[in-house]
Design a protein around this ligand. Structure first.
Ligand code: MN
Length: 245
């Protein structure tokens, strides 16, 4: 078996075990630890943890298929190409994103590294029917936003007001406090030398038109509102626990 094939099959197994820790999985850029014996990083496309149609009607199957198989796959391919003979090659993706310095340098690594990280998180924090958050995260969310409804309102406002393509985030800052922000393109709060407020994202919504246009056309607000039905708060809670530890 070729190495690439092996990595792919390994990642499929890792995705298959769902909620179990996958710290050693080279295919999961949302984890801090990334084991690799090679100096040439080969990032791979993670499988969706559910069928393309699983999130319908909130997100339709065709959108999910194109989003995962074409858009995310493209980011992975271009990221690997951008890292060829690059000084950041061999680092894990979180460190790579933290290393990106300004608006013009490393545009291929920035856009495609961000794209790979963001989408890898995005698939995991959605689930058919959603799921419940941990008491720990609930306490933090209430203390920051007063109510879940107030959080949803503030988060939706950040997502709806992002001009053009980008993301809205719920993140943990260096003082372990929650905050909402939004970033353009494929930037994210891990790009600490670029973003207005750095942090560790635990929840993010993709508001690029490719994430919703087939079903919602110009109605980004409806997509954002319906997205609340499919948030995998259990996974977001795990992201929170990891971010504050
Ligand atoms: Mn996207």
């Amino acid at each position: 078996m070729k190495r690439r094939e092996f990595v792919h099959k390994t990642s499929m197994v890792a995705v298959g075990i769902g909620s179990l820790p996958v710290l050693s999985c080279t295919n999961d850029p949302t984890q801090k630890e990334q084991s690799s014996t090679s100096t040439t990083p080969t990032f791979t496309l993670p499988d969706l943890p559910y069928d393309f149609s699983a999130l319908a009607p909130n997100i339709d199957a065709r959108t999910m298929e194109i989003h995962h198989d074409k858009h995310h796959a493209g980011y992975v391919k271009k990221l690997n190409a951008a890292l060829q003979d690059h000084p950041l090659a061999g680092k894990n993706l979180m460190d790579i994103l933290a290393s990106i310095k300004d608006q013009n340098a490393d545009v291929g690594v920035r856009n495609n590294g961000g794209g790979h990280y963001n989408h890898s998180m995005f698939w995991k924090i959605m689930k058919p029917g959603g799921s419940a958050m941990s008491p720990e995260l609930k306490t933090a969310l209430m203390s920051t936003f007063n109510s879940k409804e107030a959080f949803e309102k503030a988060f939706a406002a950040a997502a709806k007001s992002r001009f053009g393509s980008g993301w809205a985030w719920l993140s943990v800052d260096q003082d372990k406090n929650l905050f909402i922000s939004s970033t353009p393109n494929q930037d994210n709060p891990l790009m600490k030398q670029i973003v207005e407020k750095p942090g560790t994202p635990i929840l993010g919504i993709d508001v690029w038109e490719h994430a919703y246009y087939l079903n919602y056309q110009n109605r980004r607000g409806d997509y954002i509102d319906n997205w609340n039905n499919i948030i995998n708060w259990e996974q977001v809670s795990k992201n929170y626990t990891e971010a504050i530890s």
